[in-house]
Design a protein around this ligand. Sequence first.
Ligand SMILES: [Zn+2]
Length: 333
Amino acid sequence: MNYIVLDLEWNQSRCKSNEIKEMPFEIIEIGAVKLNDEKKEIGRFHELIKPEVYLDLNHTIKNIVHINIEELNQGIPFLEAMEKFLEWCGWEEYTFCTWGPLDLVELQKNMKYYHMEPLSMTPIAFLDLQKLFSRQYEDNKTRRTLEYAVDFLHIQKEEPFHRAFWDAYYTAKVMAKLSDKTLDHVSFDVFHIPKEKEQEVYKVFYDYAKYISREFATKTAAMADREVISTRCYICNRNLQRQLKWFTSNGRNYYSISVCPVHGNMKGKIRLKKTKEDTYYVVKTLKFISEEEKKEILIKREKTSLHRKKNKKMYNQRKTISSMVVQNKNQIS
Ligand SMILES: [Zn+2]
């Protein structure tokens, strides 16, 4: 399997009122490096794209990208560039690799705007190297700029940043420093959320498992689905009893604890996500945790129920007070 390390530069409207909602960012440059399964470079791609929607460069973009409109007008139309790019990607199976999750989203938005056939009708597995850099070298949460990672890893800087080809090139250099274990952690782009049960995503990593559900009309429907709330051990496939039932403190994130007799305490986390069409889907992760982490969840649960009780008490008190006020008023009148 090959890797397509991709970077895009895009332009946007100079004033918000002229922005096209379907395509707020128009791609103006595509750069990519192709790597084989040993992560050795086997190809390069670069194309400038002649703008068709935002014909002037936005000031911020102009300052960041170091490109002028005359140069861009020498480029080729997006459709032509994409055809060339996809042909260059080839027929062999490949995984997109990008610095952060945005490039794949904007690429698909631009493709949709030009009525191109979608890259996929289901979530696309890709490597988010910005996230993976944090996973290997930092706390898995911090997000660094590409230049920071390049400096951190003492990669030689040959050309300026924020030009598509060179950013893709540097991203590939960072990728070469990441271990196979780190690179095992694919992300999923959800530009297309699964519509059918068969399209749902299940992925088992060495240290956790991930599930992306299909779309549901309501939150309640999502949280009533058997697959959504199931807590099967992702190592031995046993259906586990939930020691702590799914609970939420904010209506978005749900937690549970189940116990596998062989593999121990398994934490479940459900994130309810709303789509642009006001439907819902679920990203569930299952992960084995220590006794210490289990305690933390139990405390969280305790706090949530105390908070609920307090709110209920306050609500009841307010109800009593307001009914007393009404009674008093009635007595006075
Ligand atoms: Zn198990």
